[in-house]
Design a protein around this ligand. Structure first.
Ligand SMILES: Cc1cc2nc3c(=O)[nH]c(=O)nc-3n(C[C@H](O)[C@H](O)[C@H](O)COP(=O)(O)OP(=O)(O)OC[C@H]3O[C@@H](n4cnc5c(N)ncnc54)[C@H](O)[C@@H]3O)c2cc1C
Ligand code: FES
Length: 320
């Protein structure tokens, strides 16, 4: 047993599993959706994954795409060796019988995700997980507001599914933003009629969840940051703060703004933080998140991989 396996078995109680690629689709541009099938102990471990939890994937053995298919801006990065596993959360988890299928919505941004894009059905991938804490849900909240920035979409699509199944009396509304229309990691937006009644994105509409789009350049939906779209909507709504909860996943500057809105409106808010991760299991200390100590100005460093990635927004000292 190597150090990695030892650490997982003795300290973490998580699993190291070989899984099989069971679906892979390029949804648009650089965005892909990858399905991984677990059997045996892995199927059990991953059947209860909470939205926001993640896994570390070893993508070092996957092939690079042919040179002509590598985007110009990634040509230099493509040749880099993949020494570390990469963290990914899930946009869907389906357990049936003795199998669990997890789906990852991802964007090709560097050497590991370039290799990930060449995986085909039947390929095997080594996965460590499930890791991290995930979002907490509360059935007594009347409204849950999901704020998505770019690639933060995956865990919040998964959360929309879990909330509508487990908290049927909670109304869920999603707000998704990116710099431009092409950077929204969704399939085609719904038609104008559906958008007119507040259903912009099929991924949320499939759970009966309303959704609004925002783009910084105005190429789709609201013209401006998603936080402005959300804040305008919140001002028009008559929600009672104590009955409402906000969940957010996206770039740190967006999370900081969402946390500020939540603080001003006294609404509970959970944010999913991102850090570069080496081990993913709390051993290497490479993923610190500065957090306030309860009731004091002192701060401590928590680990994104082990204490997070989801934090109460009131705790976090945002860097941007
Ligand atoms: C908990 C967690 C969940 C994630 N879930 C998803 C997901 O569902 N879908 C998805 O597409 N991506 C997700 N990511 C990000 C994903 O891990 C990175 O995009 C991936 O590691 C990129 O690997 P690469 O070798 O292709 O590119 P790299 O060359 O490693 O990275 C490309 C660029 O992205 C930046 N970057 C890479 N990882 C991070 C990070 N963790 N935080 C901030 N900047 C980073 C690098 O600095 C670099 O500029 C998640 C990250 C974390 C921490
Ligand atoms: S990634 Fe190693 S401690 Fe978090």
């Amino acid at each position: 047993m190597n150090i990695e396996q030892e650490a997982i078995k003795t300290k973490i109680g998580k699993g190291l599993f070989d899984v099989i690629v069971c679906s892979h689709k390029q949804i648009r541009g650089q965005f892909f959706r990858l399905g991984l099938e677990f059997t045996g102990a892995g199927a059990k471990a991953f059947s209860q994954v909470r939205p926001g939890q993640f896994a570390q994937l070893d993508l070092s053995k996957a092939a690079l795409p042919p040179a002509e298919k590598i985007p110009q801006d990634l040509c230099d990065a493509a040749g880099r060796k993949i020494l570390l596993r990469r963290p990914f959360s899930f946009c869907d988890v389906t357990a049936s019988g003795d199998k669990t299928v997890v789906e990852i919505l991802y964007s090709v941004v560097g050497p590991a995700t370039l290799r990930m894009s060449t995986l085909t059905n039947g390929n095997s991938v080594s996965v460590i997980g499930p890791l991290g804490n995930g979002f907490s849900t509360f059935s007594d909240k009347k409204t849950a507001l999901l704020i998505v920035g770019g690639m933060g979409a995956g865990p919040l699509i998964h959360l929309a599914k879990i909330l509508t199944a487990d908290c049927p009396t909670t109304e869920v509304v999603a707000f998704a933003g990116a710099k431009t229309k092409n950077e929204l990691p969704f399939e085609k937006p719904l038609d104008k009629l559906a958008q007119g009644i507040g259903f912009s994105l099929a991924e949320f509409a499939s759970y009966g969840v309303q959704s609004f789009m925002a783009t910084d350049d105005g190429s789709a939906g609201f013209a401006g940051p998603v936080t402005e779209c959300f804040s305008d909507w919140l001002k028009r709504s008559e929600l009672a703060s104590r009955d409402t909860i906000i969940y957010a996943c996206g770039p740190e500057a967006m999370l900081a703004k969402v946390a500020e809105i939540a603080r001003d409106r006294k609404i509970d808010c959970q944010v999913s933080m991102e850090r570069m991760m080496a081990c993913g299991i709390g051993l290497c200390q490479s993923c610190p998140v500065e957090c306030k100590m309860n009731g004091s100005n002192e701060t401590i460093y928590k680990l994104c991989c082990k204490d997070g990635p989801v934090f109460d927004s009131k705790q976090v000292v945002f860097s941007s």
